[in-house]
Ligand binder design. Structure first.
Ligand code: ZN
Length: 293
């Protein structure tokens, strides 16, 4: 059995901080300084990850709004660059032309910056949560989108396909999981492989975990302990570069411990880090998926 980890960073930059109540007070340069530290640490452990960047940061112009040099450095270090929209827009509040515009202009800005294809999209705030085809009903998205028009995971995919993306990170909670969480709030959530679906030719990667703290290490160790032959676990985890300064599961101490733990156990546990574009290509080569666009 093997464990494949896809670590994603939501590279919000001051454009994202400005619209996020949690980060509005953040130092405008914090994502950049933290990214330098993260890149150095990941390189030391041979870890590849994915940076979902707001498109405007890739455009040329002064700091702190723009930092194309760092996005080029991220790409040059072997990490995948994905779009995090152009200006960190709330997707359920956009109409379809607005959604296609932010998808397109961020993709063009990032591709012009790194000189390579941008295949993935990470929606700000992980919205929409609404995904009726997987029995996930979100009234929060209904309020944001208004009753006249509304996005779901599949309508987002349909718009992203038109922009030329072929993967998207998604977060949703099916009704039966919502009920289970209400009934047993203290119960630890089980780790399970990410769910891959495909709508309009865009693969959805369901998010599994925020951060890389001891709970994740314990989960992975327990999963490995079950030793299910032939079972391959793929997990999508995410954090924010400036999150390494926050006292939560994204903190630098957790990241340093997790990367050390990975280096010590990667061979025995058969753990690899990869990026969605590489992983989807490998799955399609193994005929588990149709070939990505
Ligand atoms: Zn964000």
């Amino acid at each position: 059995m093997s464990i494949t980890l896809m670590l994603m960073w939501d590279y919000d930059t001051p454009t994202g901080f400005a619209v996020s109540s949690l980060s509005r007070q953040a130092d405008p340069l914090s994502d950049y300084a933290c990214t330098d530290r993260i890149l150095e640490l990941l390189a030391r452990h041979g870890i590849v990850s994915t940076f979902a960047c707001v498109g405007v940061a890739a455009e040329s112009g002064p700091l702190p709004v723009h930092n194309p040099a760092q996005i080029r450095a991220i790409h040059a270090a072997g990490h995948e660059v994905a779009s995090h929209s152009h200006r960190h827009e709330l997707i359920p509040a956009l109409n379809r032309p607005q959604l296609i515009e932010t998808g397109r202009i961020s993709k063009v800005a990032l591709e012009d910056c790194i000189g390579a294809e941008v295949a993935g999209f990470v929606p700000p705030w992980n919205r929409p949560f609404h995904h009726p085809r997987r029995l996930a009903i979100s009234t929060k998205d209904l309020r944001a989108g208004g009753w006249h028009w509304q996005h779901s995971v599949s309508s987002l995919c349909e718009a992203l396909a038109e922009c030329g993306y072929y993967w998207v990170r998604v977060l949703y909670t099916p009704v039966h999981e919502q009920i289970a969480r209400k009934l047993w709030p203290g119960r630890a959530r089980a780790i399970r492989p990410t769910t891959i679906d495909c709508y309009s030719g865009v693969y959805t990667l369901r998010l599994n975990y925020l951060g890389y703290d001891d709970q994740l290490i314990n989960w992975l160790a327990a999963y490995q302990g079950q030793n299910i032959p032939g079972q391959d676990l793929a997990l999508v985890i995410y954090a924010h570069p400036h999150g390494i300064e926050h006292r939560n599961s994204q903190h630098w101490e957790h990241l340093a411990r997790f990367t050390r733990w990975y280096s010590e156990h990667k061979d025995a546990y058969n753990i690899t880090f990869t990026t969605p574009a590489k992983w989807l290509r490998r799955q399609s080569a193994g005929r588990l998926l149709a070939h990505p666009a």
